[in-house]
Design a binder for this molecule. Structure first.
Ligand SMILES: Cc1cc2nc3c(=O)[nH]c(=O)nc-3n(C[C@H](O)[C@H](O)[C@H](O)COP(=O)(O)O)c2cc1C
Length: 183
């Protein structure tokens, strides 16, 4: 299997982290990887806020119920909604949110490829995080990528029980065995 597929298949959210800081070069490599993610309209409607200070990281945790890990670095992926409006995206256009996902997925994979632990968090107070990060009024944090070094001891992987199989979720063509619809 090639290295990219291998990385995609082995990436997991890692929440058990050491207290070691993330080396600046590694952090830069992770943040820069988002430049190469696909973006709707090929516009730069997103802003990235990088946090490494222990006090600010601790404050972020306090307003982020979904931040179960203690990251030693974090990247808030933000949308500049004023830029979105200027560009003319209608409010219902999912592009800006999809772009948050492409940027986050790219950073998670980059971190994994560098041996870092990483995990996305969306359960946080947008207002509180924007205030802590001193973001301009129209720039809203939408997802935080938590980063650190993986602890030696990790909880066992959670196994999905029951539910549909992957084949149940994928439909190849109308009328193939995976489809429940009549031709
Ligand atoms: C949009 C999005 C939001 C997420 N928000 C959180 C979160 O707030 N807290 C958290 O611990 N994990 C969060 N996750 C991580 C998922 O729980 C995780 O990806 C999922 O359980 C599958 O685990 P895996 O990525 O290790 O395969 C989020 C993932 C995505 C894609």
């Amino acid at each position: 299997m090639n290295e990219v597929l291998e990385a995609i298949r082995t990436r997991r959210v890692v929440r058990a982290l050491t207290a070691d800081p993330v080396d600046r070069d590694l952090l830069t490599a992770v943040v820069d990887s988002a430049r190469f993610a696909p973006h709707a309209g090929n516009r730069r409607l997103h802003r990235y806020a990088v946090v490494t200070g222990p006090r600010l990281l601790q404050a972020l945790r306090m307003v982020s119920p979904g931040m179960l890990q203690r990251p030693t670095a974090a990247v808030a992926v933000c949308v500049d909604w004023a830029e979105v409006r200027r560009y003319g995206f209608p409010p219902a256009n999912p592009g800006p949110y999809v772009d948050v996902g492409t940027a986050a997925a790219t950073m998670l994979l980059a971190a994994h490829s560098l041996g870092l632990a990483a995990g996305p968090v969306t359960s946080f107070s947008r207002v509180a995080v924007a205030t802590l990060l001193d973001l301009p009024p129209d720039v809203r944090p939408e997802l935080i990528v938590c980063l650190g070094h993986p602890a030696a001891e990790q909880p066992p992987p959670v196994r999905r029980r029951g539910g549909p199989s992957w084949d149940d979720l994928v439909r190849w063509e109308r009328g193939t065995p995976h489809s429940t619809e009549e031709c």
